[in-house]
Design a protein around this ligand. Structure first.
Ligand code: 26V
Length: 827
């Protein structure tokens, strides 16, 4: 159906009033007329929905304006394709960004409703696993803030990341129900739906001019239906769209089958279609190899590209201008099949020739790599792709032929180099390497920290980097200071505003003005007071959730992130055991009271990660109940880590644990959030820690451990860790305690294998980094004892985190990859 032309001067309503009175009236109105509840009997969830609907209207005013402007100016749009968006709660974010937090609070007060209570009711949208998904969410907010016309494209999972509960210290996974009470933020766009195919065959068709066109005839079809959520930038600068696709059957019920009496069969098709967007894959430990995952990837890639091309043609009429008007960022390889899908759309649907289609494709796409772990790099069996996406497999072969010819003739590659850049992994079962596909189909490829980008050039993409030099660049990650400072830490925000004025709220690098106050005893006292209040709130939460009493005067030492061997929660836990032992052995010493806080989810199939959770809980039980410890050490594992929990824990942290094996954490973003909130980092020279050290100064951080180079060297020699253990009595004792069952009397062998691995290969260098880590922890104690010094360091951490704002990261993508202007200038 042809689209109607856009009428820019079409009538539009008056923007909504923003006064307390107007909000109050509107909330009542929404409660009555949209939720359908009498205020007399309305329940908290009804008030929540009504409040979001009322504020949403103020967001919509900006949304319409932003979208009209982009249509009117014809500015380039950025499309961020991501299988994950870990957005968390939206209410405080939206209210605060459009400046309605206080008016809404007062409006609700006038209705005898407590805003805080409503905020706690909002589900935490966990459509992501960890850092990669949260980065996508920070990026969306920053794109709105610095005024880039942008869409996030992803999947509207019916169930996000599982809910974690503890059963006798073991992780149990329960389904997550974020949509149970509906989702007042989203708009279903039935009219924006696209057909997605799978399977079938490809037919070559001879064209009159002698060329051959390919027609793909899928054997399965389903619909992708759009759900839009507005994403508002700071001070309402711009409102962009997060468009999430939901899978729906083309025929909800096969009526013939139903009438024949095959009721289950009649519904089976529809269940199969809907299965595609039912759940988020919880695996960030190994790539999910299953067919359903590939279906998810193609499903959302295809829907997004059809939408992008449709919008482009509607506005500009021709495809030649695609790279001038469209930039598509691939968040890791999950949407990499988009490269082949774009080629298919351009050639098979729109009749473009190969060379032109390939030029346009490379012109629009760019790709971000988020991990170097060989076991984490996605690849799909050729046989599976041939069956599920036969046309795409043909296109991938054709791309590969072109790349390999170039590699041989232009670059003069030898056989080993050819095998390395090939899109097809020929070792064993033939597989398509999605990283290589994403690389060759993109004009720009980036890593997420300086170190990670360097390692990318030296390892996975070494040969592709030789073949296509200058394509790889670095874009160090960042975090949005709105959510991760202004909203989650209002006390610190007020204090900073009182001291250096409010300018930092609009230009976060102005936080550097705090440097001048770092040694001011009065400011230090206020800074510490804010921290103390945040720690009291966390202590209350720990009491409520775990019934463990912790003192807010103790040092809060925090490690919260996905549980992974490379992130080395095990190193932290072993050090806790060694410390416990030392406290018992030397009660006379002046120990610094510490609370070790852990939180994080383990992939359900990742046994060692789950065992590390159990170990943490086992150790916590023993230490917390040992009177000889006299409360000098407490260990707590807070269940169900998510964005909202992070927002409570981070402002309360004194010490941030960023202790991954060097070379393995691509960037980390939690590290930035902690430092921004005045925590000191204990960490390795890994990921963005390296750049954080440059920003805050090495004297304001506790760096320890092997470097990435040393790790690589030890691994290449298969060096055994024996020496490290034999030479460290403290480590040796701690390991023996754990493996002999001191913390698991009910099952003394529970940790034998886990600890045995450290003696045997110690792939993650836990034993070899132990001593320097333990030393760094004692250094932490020494500085803590000199509280003036500690506070000065904490203030300096906050002062120098401005650069780690996702606004800066996004401005770099805009200038160096997307070629779009921003409110900070450029293009
Ligand atoms: C990591 C690993 C590591 C070891 C074994 C297998 C495996 C599989 C997957 C992953 C994570 C994949 C992608 C990811 O989430 N990367 C994260 O991206 C963040 C945003 O750029 C970054 O800050 C984290 O360091 C990085 O792990």
């Amino acid at each position: 159906m042809p689209q109607k032309p856009i009428v820019f001067d079409a009538p539009q309503p008056e923007p909504r009033a923003r006064t307390v009175e107007a909000l109050k009236a509107e909330i009542l109105e929404r409660l009555t007329y949209s939720v359908g509840k009498d205020p007399a009997v309305a329940r908290p969830h009804d008030w929540l929905t009504a409040t979001i609907l009322a504020v949403r209207e103020r967001v919509i005013d900006g949304w319409m304006e932003s979208s009209r402007e982009t249509w009117r100016t014809g500015n380039k749009r950025v499309y961020y394709l991501s299988l994950e968006f870990l957005i968390g709660r939206l209410m405080r974010d939206a209210f605060s960004n459009i400046g309605l937090m206080e008016p809404v609070r007062q409006a609700l007060d006038g209705l005898n409703v407590d805003l805080k209570e409503l905020m706690d009711l909002e589900p935490d949208a966990a459509l992501g696993n960890g850092g990669l998904g949260r980065l996508a969410a920070c990026f969306l907010e920053s794109m709105s803030t610095i005024k880039i016309p942008a869409y996030g494209y992803g999947i509207r999972y019916a169930h996000g990341l599982f809910r974690q509960e503890m059963s006798e210290g073991w992780q149990v996974e329960l389904p997550e129900e974020w949509l149970a009470h509906g989702n007042p933020w989203e708009f279903e766009r039935r009219e924006s739906s696209y057909e997605i195919g799978f399977g079938g065959h490809v037919e070559p068709v001879q064209e009159p001019d002698g060329s051959v066109r390919h027609e793909w005839h899928p054997s399965e079809h389903l619909n992708a239906v759009a759900f839009d959520t507005p994403i508002v930038g700071w001070r309402g600068a711009r409102v962009n769209t997060l468009r999430l696709w939901s899978a729906q059957p083309i025929d909800p019920i096969l009526l013939d089958k139903f009438n024949e009496g095959d009721h289950i069969g009649a519904l089976a098709e529809s269940a199969k279609a809907e299965a595609i967007t039912r759940v988020l894959y919880p695996a960030d430990a190994t790539p999910a190899g299953q067919e359903l995952r590939l279906r998810q990837e193609f499903f959302f890639s295809s829907a997004s590209l059809q939408d992008i091309v449709r919008r482009h043609l509607q506005q500009f009429g021709d495809l030649g201008s695609l790279p001038d008007k469209v930039a598509i960022q691939l968040n890791d390889t999950h949407p990499a099949i988009s490269i082949a899908e774009m080629m298919r759309i351009l050639m098979d649907t729109h009749g473009l020739r190969w060379a032109e289609a390939w030029k346009l494709t490379k012109g629009v796409f760019s790709y971000t790599n988020h991990t170097l772990m060989p076991e984490a790099l996605e690849s799909w069996p050729v046989a599976l792709l041939e069956r599920l996406l036969p046309r795409h497999m043909q296109i991938i072969y054709a791309i590969n032929a072109e790349v390999l010819t170039e590699a041989r003739t232009v670059a003069g590659f030898n056989d080993a180099q050819i095998a390395n850049v090939s899109l097809i992994d020929e070792g064993g079962q033939r597989r398509v390497r999605m990283g290589q596909l994403a690389f060759v189909g993109s004009h720009a490829i980036n890593g997420v920290s300086a170190l990670h980008t360097e390692l990318m050039k030296k390892t996975v993409f070494a040969n592709l980097n030789t073949l296509y030099p200058d394509r790889i660049s670095n874009k160090t990650n960042g975090v949005t200071p709105r959510r991760w400072l202004l909203q989650c830490n209002p006390g610190l925000t007020r204090l900073i505003t009182d001291r250096i004025g409010p300018a930092f709220q609009d230009d976060i690098e102005r936080l550097a003005d705090l440097e001048a106050h770092a040694e001011d005893p009065n400011f230090q006292a206020q800074f510490a007071k804010v921290k103390h209040a945040n720690k009291q709130a966390l202590a209350a939460l720990i009491k409520e959730r775990l019934n463990v009493t912790v003192s807010p005067d103790a040092l809060f030492d925090v490690q919260i992130k996905r549980i992974h061997e490379y992130k080395r929660q095990l190193l932290n836990v072993i050090e806790a055991v060694a410390h416990y032992s030392a406290i018992r052995a030397h009660p006379e010493r002046n120990w610094v009271p510490r609370v070790k806080v852990f939180a994080g989810k383990a992939a359900p199939s990742y046994w060692n990660a789950k065992l590390i959770i159990k170990l943490t809980n086992d150790i916590a039980r023993v230490i917390n109940n040992d009177p000889a410890v006299r409360g000098l050490l407490k260990v707590v594992f807070l269940p169900n880590y998510n964005v909202s929990l992070a927002e409570t824990i981070i402002p309360a942290a004194d010490l941030s644990e960023q202790i991954s094996t060097a070379g393995m954490e691509a960037s980390g973003t939690g590290n930035m959030k902690f430092a921004l909130n005045g925590a000191l980092t204990i960490g390795t020279l890994d990921g963005a820690n390296v750049e954080m050290r440059e920003a805050v100064g090495p004297e304001n951080m506790f760096i320890f451990g092997l470097t990435a180079e040393e790790v690589a060297e030890k691994r290449s020699r298969s060096e055994v860790p024996r020496g490290a253990i034999d030479n460290s009595p403290a480590l040796k004792e701690a390991l023996e305690m754990i493996s002999s069952g001191v913390f698991s009397p009910d099952d003394p062998n529970r940790y034998r294998e886990l600890i045995g691995g450290l003696y045997d290969h110690d792939w993650f260098m836990v034993a070899r980094d132990f001593d320097t880590y333990a030393d760094a922890q004692r250094q932490v104690d020494t500085v803590w004892a000199d509280r003036r010094r500690w506070n000065a360091m904490a203030i300096r951490n906050t002062a120098h985190m401005g650069w780690f704002s996702s606004d800066r990261t996004i401005a770099q993508y805009a200038a160096e990859i997307w070629n779009v202007p921003t409110s900070r200038g450029g293009a």
